[in-house]
Ligand binder design. Structure first.
Ligand SMILES: *Cc1c(COP(=O)(O)O)cnc(C)c1O
Length: 422
């Protein structure tokens, strides 16, 4: 009698303190009872809660951590439950009282920021490239240097994207050296609709290398599309009081690439742009309009929440308040400031570290940083990803918001007190 299991409902009720919706607690309770372990229901509910989108502390020193959502955002991944209900003018022209265009908000601001005539926002940069090729080159050739037939990560492989879009890949040049004449010859002989330049976002070819400048490539007679990837808007970084940081040198920017003659640029919203996941197509109005008319534009379009977040990021750039964009704020803190915070944590040993931008950007580039070292190879705060090297664990403060310092110090203290992993 005493070992009769509790009812699913009463067990679920007992977990209400977790804040999870009742239906999910019922699932956890049911699964625990079915497994003959009603006492394990609370653990199951906790595991479920941990699996939901929520804020985490990133002490890896990787600014754009792919596993942690790349660019940090100033909004909680799960919105506040008590936020007022609001509609938006996503596709409504409040001036004319007619149907509007969802690209009129964030798209217009982003175009303005990179000196483009127009811009279109889609789901991510992979979608942006696919759409551009499908709209401008289906059934025709796309000239790409053999040195740029790359895989960007997460399955974005240039030859496969070209094939998928219905265009024909025309390989030009060699792995290490490609010249303007290589493209020009392809344009003369192979019904090429456009030249595609793919930025070496996550790898470098060094040594005996050559590639034409954007300016040269823009004169071979067909539009040049530059997939710059990272979303650096302008080399001059007017949004940073201190101007462009040294570690950014050489990274292609949207404004300068378009000014040099590219017809279109494509880039991600959540890399150096510092916004939500999105893909931006910016450049000549006529080319952007052809992309917007293609059926894939409808399939790839960004949703209202993404466009709202992107608009807020674009406005922040226009206000030149780079410090209000979490990625730029974190990326530009001085090492002295980070050291000061590391000392204030009062745990571990303060040390110099090297942060990276990560997320498939700026390969090999290190940003001087600081944090603390703990003895033992540990996963601090129950999470993974802190830098473990040999028998030490490093927590980099560059990627930690100061508001989380106390929580990080607590986690570090707990980890130090516990026996380390071996
Ligand atoms: C990152 C990257 C992509 C893919 O961007 P997503 O937004 O992740 O789809 C494509 N091209 C280049 C050059 C990139 O750096």
């Amino acid at each position: 009698m005493s070992d009769r299991p509790p009812s699913v409902d009463s067990l679920a009720q007992s977990l209400a303190g977790s804040g999870l919706p009742h239906a999910l607690l019922v699932d956890a309770a049911r699964a625990a009872i079915a497994a003959g372990d009603p006492a394990g229901a609370a653990g199951r509910a906790e595991a479920l809660q941990r699996s939901l989108l929520r804020p985490v502390i990133n002490a890896t020193g990787v600014l754009l951590h792919t596993n942690l959502g790349r660019a940090p955002l100033g909004i909680a991944p799960t919105g506040p439950p008590d936020a007022p209900a609001r509609y938006s003018n996503l596709e409504f022209d409040t001036e004319g009282g007619i149907r509007g265009d969802r690209h009129a908000h964030a798209g217009t601001l982003l175009a303005r920021l990179c000196g483009a005539e127009a811009a279109l926002v889609v789901n991510n940069c992979a979608a942006a490239v696919t759409l551009v090729l499908g709209a401008l080159a289906a059934g025709r050739g796309v000239a790409v240097s053999r040195g740029e037939l790359v895989e960007i990560g997460g399955g974005f492989r240039v030859p496969e994207i070209v094939a998928q879009s219905g265009a024909r890949l025309v390989e030009v040049g060699t792995t290490n050296r490609t010249r303007r004449e290589d493209y020009a010859r392809a344009v003369e002989t192979a019904d090429v609709a456009l030249c595609l330049r793919v930025h070496q976002s996550n790898y470098r070819i060094v040594g005996f290398t050559e590639a034409p400048s954007v300016r040269d490539l823009a004169t071979v007679g067909v539009p040049l599309v530059a997939d710059i990837g990272s979303g650096l808007l302008d080399e001059a970084c007017q949004w940073l009081a201190g101007g462009p940081p040294a570690w950014l040198r050489g990274e292609p920017a949207a404004r300068q690439t378009l000014a040099a003659g590219a017809g279109l640029v494509t880039f991600s919203g959540d890399k150096l742009l510092g916004g939500p996941q999105a893909g931006i197509i910016a450049g000549r109005a006529e080319l952007v309009a052809r992309c917007a008319r293609h059926p894939l534009a409808r399939a790839f379009r960004a949703g209202g929440m993404v466009l709202a977040a992107l608009q807020s990021v674009a406005l922040t750039y226009l206000h030149r308040r780079g410090d209000d964009i979490p990625f730029w704020r974190m990326a530009t803190r001085t090492v002295a400031e980070l050291r000061h915070r590391a000392e204030a944590l009062g745990v571990g040993e303060v040390c110099s570290l090297s942060a990276t931008t990560g997320g498939g950007t700026l390969p090999g580039v290190e940003i001087p940083s600081a944090g603390i070292a703990l003895d033992g190879a540990r996963a601090a705060g129950g999470g993974r990803g802190a830098g473990v090297a040999g028998q030490r664990t490093y927590l980099d403060l560059r990627t930690v918001d100061p508001a989380d310092d106390d929580a990080l110090a607590d986690a570090a203290r707990r980890a130090s007190a516990a026996p380390g992993d071996r």
